[in-house]
Design a protein around this ligand. Structure first.
Ligand code: RB5
Length: 147
Protein backbone atom coordinates (compact mmCIF):
# COMPACT_ATOMS: atom_id res chain seq x y z
CA UNK A 1 0.00 0.00 0.00
CA UNK A 2 1.32 3.45 -0.93
CA UNK A 3 0.35 6.48 1.15
CA UNK A 4 -0.09 9.72 -0.78
CA UNK A 5 -1.02 13.28 0.16
CA UNK A 6 -0.54 16.85 -0.92
CA UNK A 7 -1.41 20.36 0.15
CA UNK A 8 -3.18 22.77 -2.21
CA UNK A 9 0.17 23.51 -3.93
CA UNK A 10 0.55 19.87 -4.92
CA UNK A 11 -3.08 18.91 -5.47
CA UNK A 12 -2.99 18.73 -9.27
CA UNK A 13 0.21 16.64 -9.37
CA UNK A 14 -1.19 14.35 -6.67
CA UNK A 15 -4.10 13.59 -9.02
CA UNK A 16 -1.74 12.68 -11.85
CA UNK A 17 0.29 10.45 -9.53
CA UNK A 18 -2.83 8.68 -8.28
CA UNK A 19 -3.81 7.99 -11.90
CA UNK A 20 -0.32 6.57 -12.49
CA UNK A 21 -0.54 4.38 -9.38
CA UNK A 22 -3.95 3.03 -10.35
CA UNK A 23 -2.90 2.34 -13.95
CA UNK A 24 0.20 0.51 -12.77
CA UNK A 25 -1.50 -1.74 -10.26
CA UNK A 26 -0.38 -0.05 -7.05
CA UNK A 27 -2.76 0.01 -4.11
CA UNK A 28 -2.79 3.44 -2.52
CA UNK A 29 -4.40 5.38 0.29
CA UNK A 30 -5.13 9.05 -0.35
CA UNK A 31 -4.72 11.16 2.79
CA UNK A 32 -5.89 14.39 1.07
CA UNK A 33 -6.06 17.29 0.55
CA UNK A 34 -9.20 17.13 -1.54
CA UNK A 35 -9.23 20.55 -3.23
CA UNK A 36 -7.05 23.54 -4.06
CA UNK A 37 -8.32 25.38 -0.98
CA UNK A 38 -5.40 26.63 1.10
CA UNK A 39 -4.26 24.21 3.82
CA UNK A 40 -1.19 23.35 5.90
CA UNK A 41 1.29 20.86 4.45
CA UNK A 42 2.45 19.68 7.90
CA UNK A 43 -0.95 18.06 8.61
CA UNK A 44 -0.70 15.91 5.49
CA UNK A 45 2.98 15.11 5.92
CA UNK A 46 2.24 13.89 9.45
CA UNK A 47 -0.62 11.65 8.32
CA UNK A 48 1.45 9.97 5.60
CA UNK A 49 4.56 9.69 7.80
CA UNK A 50 2.62 8.03 10.62
CA UNK A 51 1.03 5.62 8.18
CA UNK A 52 4.47 4.58 6.90
CA UNK A 53 5.92 4.44 10.41
CA UNK A 54 3.12 2.15 11.61
CA UNK A 55 3.55 -0.18 8.64
CA UNK A 56 0.04 0.47 7.35
CA UNK A 57 1.69 1.74 4.19
CA UNK A 58 5.00 0.55 2.82
CA UNK A 59 6.06 3.83 1.23
CA UNK A 60 4.73 7.37 0.92
CA UNK A 61 4.46 10.14 -1.65
CA UNK A 62 4.07 13.78 -0.59
CA UNK A 63 3.54 16.75 -2.88
CA UNK A 64 3.50 20.47 -2.10
CA UNK A 65 4.56 23.53 -4.08
CA UNK A 66 8.29 22.94 -3.66
CA UNK A 67 8.32 19.60 -1.82
CA UNK A 68 10.40 21.27 0.87
CA UNK A 69 7.72 21.84 3.50
CA UNK A 70 6.53 18.25 3.15
CA UNK A 71 10.06 16.88 3.54
CA UNK A 72 10.83 19.04 6.56
CA UNK A 73 7.65 17.94 8.30
CA UNK A 74 7.76 14.24 7.38
CA UNK A 75 11.35 13.90 8.62
CA UNK A 76 10.22 14.94 12.13
CA UNK A 77 8.62 11.50 12.52
CA UNK A 78 11.04 8.87 13.84
CA UNK A 79 11.88 6.20 11.31
CA UNK A 80 10.94 8.37 8.38
CA UNK A 81 13.47 9.08 5.68
CA UNK A 82 11.72 11.50 3.35
CA UNK A 83 13.68 12.57 0.27
CA UNK A 84 12.91 15.64 -1.80
CA UNK A 85 13.66 14.63 -5.39
CA UNK A 86 13.68 16.63 -8.60
CA UNK A 87 15.93 14.43 -10.73
CA UNK A 88 16.00 10.77 -11.74
CA UNK A 89 19.39 9.92 -10.22
CA UNK A 90 18.38 11.17 -6.78
CA UNK A 91 15.05 9.34 -6.83
CA UNK A 92 16.85 6.09 -7.68
CA UNK A 93 19.80 6.46 -5.32
CA UNK A 94 17.78 7.61 -2.35
CA UNK A 95 16.24 4.14 -2.46
CA UNK A 96 19.52 2.29 -3.16
CA UNK A 97 21.60 4.13 -0.56
CA UNK A 98 19.24 5.85 1.92
CA UNK A 99 16.36 3.38 1.97
CA UNK A 100 14.08 6.40 1.85
CA UNK A 101 10.51 5.53 2.61
CA UNK A 102 8.85 8.72 1.40
CA UNK A 103 9.45 10.72 -1.78
CA UNK A 104 8.60 14.42 -1.75
CA UNK A 105 7.90 16.33 -4.95
CA UNK A 106 7.31 19.97 -5.84
CA UNK A 107 4.45 20.60 -8.24
CA UNK A 108 5.68 24.14 -8.92
CA UNK A 109 9.20 22.90 -9.64
CA UNK A 110 8.98 19.51 -11.36
CA UNK A 111 6.90 18.85 -14.47
CA UNK A 112 4.34 16.09 -14.43
CA UNK A 113 6.16 13.80 -16.86
CA UNK A 114 9.38 13.84 -14.85
CA UNK A 115 7.49 13.55 -11.55
CA UNK A 116 5.87 10.32 -12.73
CA UNK A 117 9.27 8.94 -13.75
CA UNK A 118 10.60 9.79 -10.29
CA UNK A 119 7.70 8.02 -8.60
CA UNK A 120 8.16 5.01 -10.87
CA UNK A 121 11.86 4.53 -10.14
CA UNK A 122 11.40 5.31 -6.44
CA UNK A 123 8.77 2.60 -6.04
CA UNK A 124 10.65 0.00 -8.13
CA UNK A 125 14.13 0.34 -6.63
CA UNK A 126 15.25 -1.83 -3.71
CA UNK A 127 17.63 -0.77 -0.93
CA UNK A 128 21.18 -2.05 -1.43
CA UNK A 129 21.87 -2.61 2.27
CA UNK A 130 25.46 -3.41 3.31
CA UNK A 131 27.51 -0.35 4.23
CA UNK A 132 24.48 1.84 3.62
CA UNK A 133 22.55 0.07 6.38
CA UNK A 134 25.24 1.07 8.89
CA UNK A 135 24.86 4.71 7.87
CA UNK A 136 21.11 4.56 8.32
CA UNK A 137 21.62 3.06 11.77
CA UNK A 138 23.58 6.19 12.66
CA UNK A 139 20.60 8.32 11.67
CA UNK A 140 18.34 6.11 13.80
CA UNK A 141 20.69 6.58 16.76
CA UNK A 142 20.51 10.36 16.30
CA UNK A 143 16.73 10.10 16.65
CA UNK A 144 17.18 8.59 20.11
CA UNK A 145 19.49 11.39 21.29
CA UNK A 146 18.47 14.78 22.66
CA UNK A 147 20.24 16.79 19.96
C1 RB5 B 1 1.99 26.73 -0.32
O1 RB5 B 1 1.82 28.00 -0.85
C2 RB5 B 1 3.46 26.36 -0.32
O2 RB5 B 1 4.13 27.13 0.61
C3 RB5 B 1 3.63 24.89 -0.03
O3 RB5 B 1 2.94 24.15 -0.98
C4 RB5 B 1 5.05 24.35 -0.05
O4 RB5 B 1 5.71 24.75 -1.21
C5 RB5 B 1 5.85 24.57 1.15
O5 RB5 B 1 6.99 24.10 1.27
Amino acid sequence: MIAIASDHGGFKLKGAIIKFLAENGYEYKDFGTNSTESCDYADFAKAVALSVKSGECEKGILVCGTGIGMSLAANKVKGIRAALCGDYFSAKYTRLHNDSNIICLGERVTGEGLALELVDVFLKTEFEGGRHALRIEKIAKMEQQDL
